[in-house]
Write a protein that binds this ligand. Sequence first.
Ligand code: SR1
Ligand code: MG
Length: 402
Amino acid sequence: MTQYRAFTEKEAVDYARELQLFEANADLASEEIGDGNLNLVFRIQDRSSGRSVIFKQALPYARVVGESWPLTLDRARIESEALKIEESLCPGLVPHIYHFDKDLALTVMEDLSDHVIMRKGLIERNRYPLFPEHIGTFLARTLFYTSDLAMNPKEKKERVGQFINPELCKITEDLIFTDPYYDAATNDINPDIRDEAMMLWNDDALKLEVALLKEKFLTQTQALLHGDLHTGSIFITETSTKVIDPEFAYYGPMGFDIGAVLANLILNYAAQEGLSPTAEERASYRSYLIDTVEQVWVQFEKEFRRLWDSDANDWTAKNTTGYQDDYVQRILRDTVGYTGCKMIRRIVGLAHVADIKSISDATKLATAEKLALSIGQALVLRHRQISSISDLVTIVKGGSHV
Ligand code: SR1
Ligand code: MG
């Protein structure tokens, strides 16, 4: 058994040699490139051929806070097992895993350096025409094929057990569903919008809707989720999309993953207040983002219904008129609710998003944050009345719930 140790750049190279990932005498360079909240990420490259791989190693604590926040290394197992399932269901839409070492909490995977992190691409106002089709397919296939609609019920229950992920789920429960709704010490609130944050804490109607969404997150084992599907968990080019980082994977409500994608697109929409140089460019890019939001849902729904019609295994799913329509409507409502929760947490909670954080003008920053908060609140408040994706679009374009 290997003793766990957090790798240095040199140890990462030594381990790459041990695994014989490169020619014995290859001239290897190693660089720690992780900029996420939790892990170490090394790129190991053969200087002469240019060939490279990624080492992702979990730390026994949350990197963003430090050793005072211990965190299970089991998340590395969860991530590698989820990636393997996702690759089997969606080949080409996730990085390929070459090797996993449980003791070192280390995953060796395909280097995606020819892609960019989608959040960065959106901050630069790039457009990705194939993204809705790619992510809609990823969402439909991973959520459908891991649910009771498609799986043998015994195997599905065993898989729920395989993905019990209490520590990572607790982060989500606290940071998304609990802390933003009171004056928690971990919240990070721009003083210029403190009044708006305090209004959240006093909004009983909003807190009731959040409670219902939190209860569903805690109790519903509908499908194997990615669990943290924001635009920092997506590598992208104009023609390719790769979903990474499913360390928060667990069995939960389908709308949570779809909502994560939509929330981060809409956070960028709000951030255009400070990111776009002119009113025309802001309107144009916002229109692209809204269209993308709509198309992600449309592509998801189309593919999910197609899979249900062709591949459902559950007798009830195949033989109950109206069940599919009701099921899809419930996913949509959950999606809208979780979209709202995920927007609110990125404005007043612990971990913000670069789209908004990178706005240097204080007035524009506060305007963008208020817009994101008001859209998020409206989505949460109205999620149980939503009947089509255009209802969500109307709320976003309205920019407020009044
Ligand atoms: C302490 S971890 C903070 C956030 O980073 C991850 O990406 C998750 O979104 C988590 O809530
Ligand atoms: Mg992550």
